[in-house]
Design a protein. Structure first.
Length: 379
């Protein structure tokens, strides 16, 4: 049993470029909240029976006022994560033999959520390498093909905005228009958008939006946010017959503890960091970083110019080295680790994705220098 008990996290002080982690780093306020509210069910001292009606701490005001305004949606709820939000919507709208349209760049959890909800999937295909863009025309085709294949219209259209591989930001408003022309409700998966960049569900025409607290809202997790329009609230936020204050898709209550409090603790910071000016700086940093890596022989895949901090590279020069060294693919991970840089998966050299979110230019320079040094050392 000596392996258990308090365990130090050794990567915590490294420069971190891991896409999953850059937007989920806690603020000092959230780190304090973690200890203050760490006890089980700590938010439930004064619970009137539903998590999002708790007045002290002010979860009620957060969920019913601050969050809908932040998402620019009529209603909001806390969920267990982006995937739980997607599942809740799919489950509520689903019907036997039903199907949904999903972009080809969608996260695996979209497909798994559909599977759990008993729904088939028709994919809206991306354009070829190297851009992998998702277009309104692809949705048009997928609706047509799916309707032929399954003999009925889809119950939902989902767009990943941006996707978690290439960081591509599709024309979400136009895709929403295509779906609505076919009377298909529209879910925008903003796991990599909400909490990082300016976001308005209404401007995108979304009936539902989902976000991830631990990925993009400087929160501990698992926790997510769900935005719902007035039109679909009676379906997705419906109450239990037997327990009339409990919502069915939430199984009564979702993030009932410290995770909600870290989300709330970081919220003022998250509001401030999602202004257009702040996001513009993040995009500039990502583009600067991408240009430097291309100078070293890497190739950036996806949107050009790139409009998001998540960037995918094909890294042939590093792959060439891996074929020549005894350590193989692990040489890169070790070299980066020596320099206190974290975020490239151990063993990967042929391609990888990185995120520059919240990493200052000074530190990005250190990363670029590290790549240059490593390439020189092994050539
Ligand atoms: C990370 C990610 C998810 C999963 O988010 P959770 O909050 O962990 O469920 C879903 N979709 C995309 C595009 C992601 O990148």
């Amino acid at each position: 049993m000596t392996r258990f008990g308090f365990i130090e996290r050794r990567t915590r002080r490294d420069i971190n470029l891991m896409p999953l982690q850059t937007g989920g780093t806690l603020t000092p306020e959230a780190r304090r909240a973690l200890v203050e509210w760490g006890d089980g069910y700590s938010v439930c001292d004064f619970c009137p029976g539903t998590l999002d009606d708790i007045k002290s701490p002010p979860i009620d005001e957060f969920v019913h006022e601050a969050l809908p305004k932040f998402l620019d949606m009529d209603h909001a709820r806390l969920t267990g994560g982006a995937r739980e939000g997607k599942f809740a919507v799919m489950h509520a709208l689903g019907e036997r033999g039903g199907w949904i349209v999903v972009d080809e760049n969608a996260h695996y959890s979209t497909f798994v959520a559909a599977e759990r909800a008993g729904l088939e999937v028709q994919v809206a295909e991306r354009t070829p390498y190297p851009e992998y863009r998702i277009t309104p025309e692809a949705y048009e085709r997928a609706i047509e093909q799916g309707t032929e294949r399954f003999g009925r219209p889809p119950v939902l259209g989902l767009l990943t905005y941006p996707d978690g591989n290439y960081g591509n930001l599709p024309d979400a408003a136009s895709i929403g228009r295509v779906l609505h022309e076919h009377d298909v409700p529209y879910l925008v998966n903003g796991a990599y958008a909400i909490g990082r960049m300016p976001f308005s569900g209404k401007k995108l025409g979304a009936d539902f939006v989902v976000g991830s607290g631990h990925k993009s809202m400087a929160s501990a997790g698992p926790i997510g946010v769900l935005g719902v329009s007035d039109e679909y609230a009676p379906i997705v936020l419906r109450k239990s017959k037997r327990f009339p204050i409990k919502e069915v898709e939430a199984l009564g209550c979702t993030a009932r503890g410290v995770v909600a409090m870290t989300l709330i603790a970081s919220f003022p910071h998250v509001v401030e960091r999602t202004t257009p000016e702040r996001w513009e700086r993040e995009v500039q940093n990502a583009q600067w970083f991408s240009e430097r890596l291309e100078e070293l022989g890497m190739v950036q895949v996806g949107d050009r110019p790139h409009m998001h901090d998540l960037v995918f590279f094909i890294t042939e020069p590093l792959y060439e080295i891996s074929k020549r060294t005894k350590k193989g693919g692990y040489f890169l991970y070790r070299e980066m680790k020596k320099r206190g840089i974290h975020g490239i998966k151990p063993g990967l050299t042929r391609h990888f994705k990185l995120s520059t979110y919240g990493v200052e230019r000074e530190k990005l320079k250190m990363v670029v220098d590290a790549f240059r040094e490593i390439i020189e050392k092994y050539s």
